[in-house]
Write a protein of this length. Structure first.
Length: 348
């Protein structure tokens, strides 16, 4: 018998499941609270649930509980990078960032990634699998418990393409924002995509209050294609149209992420083209100095070039910020902690 993933169930699913076991609905509510509010890691800890029922749950279901394999703590700003071990032996990365306005967690949505972006370490070994809703949630639960503080913001910007794991992502959003659980507001959640157009439109139709971030990284189709193979499938203009559609449906301002790669997408002409491309869209541009990975020869634009690029956009009345680099001392681009861990463990 395959066991049921109890952490990925919403309350009504859990109620039907418990009723199937001949239990009352209030039992489901108690168990849901143990999982999502008290965030226990085992059935054993559910002290107001009978031993017999706990045994039945143990037999028929499993409770996802990620194990902290490694933590790197920045001495500069308190950023923490976590490497979590999943039940099947895979590892994933998550990051805690501390801001004045609260704690923000950046989670992974997949083990590996199949999008192939040229500058990204997470995609070098391809996709292993999508994460379950429970595995996405548990990154936040475990980090909250580790630091003993509330997590107020979540960004789905770690390893993986969230819209390539769409159904689990939606379930995750439902559970994350449920008032009977960790109860994080939709407004405090950002989902970042490389631009899977049909899924962006589907998400827009849900009319959620979450922020959509698009990894744009180029101002025209040709350059975008040289950095992001996904552009083969969806032309830059189709992606921009999907962003407009998202705003029309949700009223949520779009975030455009633009990683500046030295000599590739950081010229005056790029800034001018970018302005033309996104002018009139209610948006915010996040400039990210590219984080070089050793497997590729991309370099960061120098500080002056980055500043000039920002000024040019500002002159054109585009809302823009340069992303503050968090945890510089523990850095390495996204996906590198996992990659190094795998290199280490497969050599042994
Ligand atoms: N697949 C999603 C989310 C994960 S990547 C997406 O593409 O948006 C999160 C962000 O980090 C994306 O904007 C991605 O392009 C960017 N990124 C990945 N590797 C990077 C690197 N080495 N330097 C700078 N940004 C990088």
């Amino acid at each position: 018998m395959t066991k049921i993933d109890i952490k990925s169930m919403n309350l009504s699913e859990l109620i039907s499941f418990m009723e199937g076991l001949g239990e009352k609905a209030f039992r489901a509510k108690q168990i849901y609270q143990w999982i999502h509010e008290k965030q226990v890691d085992s059935f054993e800890e559910m002290s107001n649930v009978s031993k017999k029922l706990r045994e039945t749950l143990e037999e028929q279901t499993y409770l996802t509980a990620l194990k902290i394999e490694e933590v790197q703590i920045s001495k500069v700003d308190g950023t923490r990078k976590y490497l979590f071990l999943l039940e099947d032996g895979n590892v994933i990365e998550s990051v805690l960032m501390r801001y004045k306005h609260g704690n923000s967690v950046c989670i992974s949505s997949q083990v590996g990634c199949r999008m192939g972006c040229r500058f990204c370490a997470s995609t070098l070994d391809g996709l292993v699998r999508g994460l379950t809703a429970g595995e996405m949630l548990d990154q936040i639960y475990q980090i909250g418990k580790d630091i003993g503080e509330r997590i107020s913001n979540v960004v789905v910007m770690g390893t993986g393409e969230p819209l390539d794991n769409y159904d689990n992502l939606l379930k995750f959003i439902e559970l994350l924002t449920d008032e009977n659980g960790i109860n994080i507001s939709q407004r405090n959640l950002t989902v970042s995509t490389c631009g899977i157009v049909p899924k962006m439109r589907e998400l827009a139709d849900k009319q959620l209050a979450i922020t959509l971030a698009l990894s744009l990284h180029a101002s025209n189709q040709e350059k975008r294609l040289s950095l992001m193979p996904v552009a083969n499938k969806y032309d830059i203009h189709e992606v921009i149209d999907a962003c407009k559609y998202y705003f029309d449906k949700t009223g949520r301002r779009i975030t455009f992420e633009y990683s500046l790669v030295g000599g590739v997408n950081d010229t005056d002409e790029d800034a001018a083209q970018l302005t033309k491309l996104i002018k009139g869209i209610n948006c915010h541009v996040n400039l990210i100095p590219v984080n070089p990975i050793k497997e590729r020869d991309y370099v960061q634009s120098n500080a002056g070039v980055i500043e000039a690029f920002k000024n040019k956009l500002e002159k054109n009345c585009i809302n823009v910020t340069i992303r503050r680099e968090m945890g510089r001392d523990i850095d390495g681009a996204c996906g590198q902690l996992r990659k190094r861990y795998r290199e280490r463990t497969t050599k042994e």
